[in-house]
Design a protein around this ligand. Structure first.
Ligand code: BG6
Length: 470
């Protein structure tokens, strides 16, 4: 629906941007930190590893100064678990603890609210080696103990914690490591219980608010065929509601659970697990949004044939996005895409916000959204990125429309304040409003430059989202 007048952004709206430790800090073995599973993952040819990042570990003050110049009142970053507890589940590393005290204190000095992710893709490698990662229930206690250290240390000065970044993407895209579908849902269950227990501890130990941070998106049916509509509903359960119903309502989505049971792949639930899920009450739901999904129905036979062919061709994406007897992801020809093939769909953001608000009635926080593309540093030190400004503007308008629809939106924290290392596509897939001068293999001086979007976003924030002009 269209409105004659849009409601303004709330006065205390959080405006800032997001990052994650392993993608920006560098210093990957400094001050007692050990390797994480992200440090050891295979690196696609032609792209950098995460060892030096953009050296944010040493330059965080300069970076936060630039954020303050953009009028940020929020900065989302993650704490690296292997910095705080290098052995994964043993001794606390005082140098790691001290580092994040410094970052948090400096944010406050600059009037910026830290929004702290506890776990963003960087499980300590030692836990992977020792337990096979989340396949083993012992990871639950390891995570909860690590979180308790964070709540004890930072709980009096952090207002917002996020539990696990994109658990759904970790499970759906990296599930093969767990050996079988049942193994995948078992590992997922352990993460859900760990998250629930962490939320319970947070509420016991400090006044901070806490919520999950999955990647959530509206799912469109490929056509108006009834079976495609059903497929969209089903995929919504698998991709979105599996991670949000469990967090917000403390229960698994019913049809999905029945489908798992039908195939004998439901996770084994131990005493106390469902109680933990029920007792944990998120204060808000954070989510990352990059574009809507689109699916069609695929029968068991057809789906299995597609999977077999995909396997033979080593087409991992098709393999990951096909669920025989349920659905398969398809390209949406009506959705714009970036040069890297990521969807651009501001209306999809409004739809997602509406669906989440109407379903869960919890305050919402957008913890990622952004446009990763190549940028050019001109000879005069300028970076003209009208595409990023256009992207941000359209998504900010969608937020305002959703607020006018009635959604309780707490803030907008796009990806990212500065260029950092993409999960799989190197540093030259740039997301930042601050340009970092390094290439894939030439670190240069990593000098920071202000892109055009830096000035634009600063102006937008200063006007509390009113001034979106060039
Ligand atoms: C999100 C992740 O999935 O998307 C980030 O939480 C990631 O860690 C971001 O960087 C952008 O994706 P990519 O693959 O371009 O880095």
């Amino acid at each position: 629906m269209d409105y004659k007048t849009l409601k303004p952004f709330p006065k205390d709206f959080l405006w800032g941007a997001s990052s994650s430790a392993y993608q920006c800090e560098g210093a990957y073995l400094e001050d007692g930190k050990t390797l994480s599973v992200s440090d050891t993952a295979p690196i696609p040819e032609g792209t950098t590893n995460f060892n030096e990042g953009i050296d944010h570990y040493h330059r965080f003050k300069e970076d936060i100064d630039l954020m303050a110049e953009m009028h940020f009142n929020e900065f989302r970053f993650s704490i690296a678990w292997p910095r705080i507890i290098p052995s994964g589940d043993g001794e606390v590393n005082p140098k790691g603890v001290a580092h994040y005290h410094e970052v948090i204190d400096y944010c406050h000095e600059k009037g910026i609210e830290p929004v702290v992710t506890l776990y963003h893709f960087d499980l300590p490698q030692v836990l992977q080696d020792k337990y096979g990662g989340w396949a083993d229930r012992r990871c639950i206690d390891a995570f909860v103990n690590y979180c308790k250290v964070c709540f004890k240390e930072y709980g009096s000065k952090v207002k917002y914690f996020l539990t696990i970044n994109e658990q759904n993407m970790m499970v759906l895209y990296q599930g093969a490591q767990y050996g079988s579908p049942k193994g995948v849902w078992q590992a997922n269950h352990h993460m859900l219980v760990a998250q629930a227990k962490a939320m319970i501890e947070c509420h016991k130990m400090c006044k901070a608010k806490i919520g999950p941070a999955p990647n959530i998106t509206a799912i469109y049916p490929a056509t108006s065929a009834p079976m495609d509509n059903l497929a969209a509903m089903d995929f919504d359960q698998l991709r979105n509601r599996l991670f949000l119903d469990t967090a917000a309502f403390g229960k698994y989505p019913e049809a999905l659970w029945n489908w798992w049971k039908d195939q004998g792949i439901e996770p084994t639930i131990e005493d106390g697990d469902m109680e933990a899920l029920k007792d944990a009450k998120p204060d808000f739901l954070a989510f990352n949004y990059y574009g809507a999904g689109c699916v069609k129905y695929v029968s068991k036979e057809e789906g299995e044939k597609i999977l077999k062919e995909a396997n033979e061709k080593k087409d991992f994406m098709t393999g990951l996005m096909t669920y025989p007897g349920m659905c398969m992801a398809v390209n949406n020809p009506l959705q714009e895409q970036t040069a890297y093939g990521m969807g651009v769909d501001p209306t999809g953001l409004r739809i997602t916000l509406r669906q989440l608000w109407e379903r869960y009635h919890l305050p919402l926080l957008i913890t990622e959204n952004g446009c990763g593309v190549k940028d050019t540093l001109e000879a005069d030190g300028k970076i003209h990125d009208p595409y990023r400004i256009d992207y941000l503007r359209r998504h900010i308008i969608a937020c305002r429309e959703a607020i006018t629809d009635g959604v309780d939106l707490m803030g907008y924290s796009p990806w990212s304040a500065f260029d950092l290392i993409s999960t799989h596509q190197g540093v030259t897939k740039r997301y930042g409003m601050i340009y970092v001068d390094r290439d894939e293999f030439d670190l240069k001086e990593m000098k920071r430059y202000r892109k055009d979007s830096f000035y634009w976003y600063g102006k937008c924030i200063a006007s509390n989202g009113e001034d979106l002009d060039d």
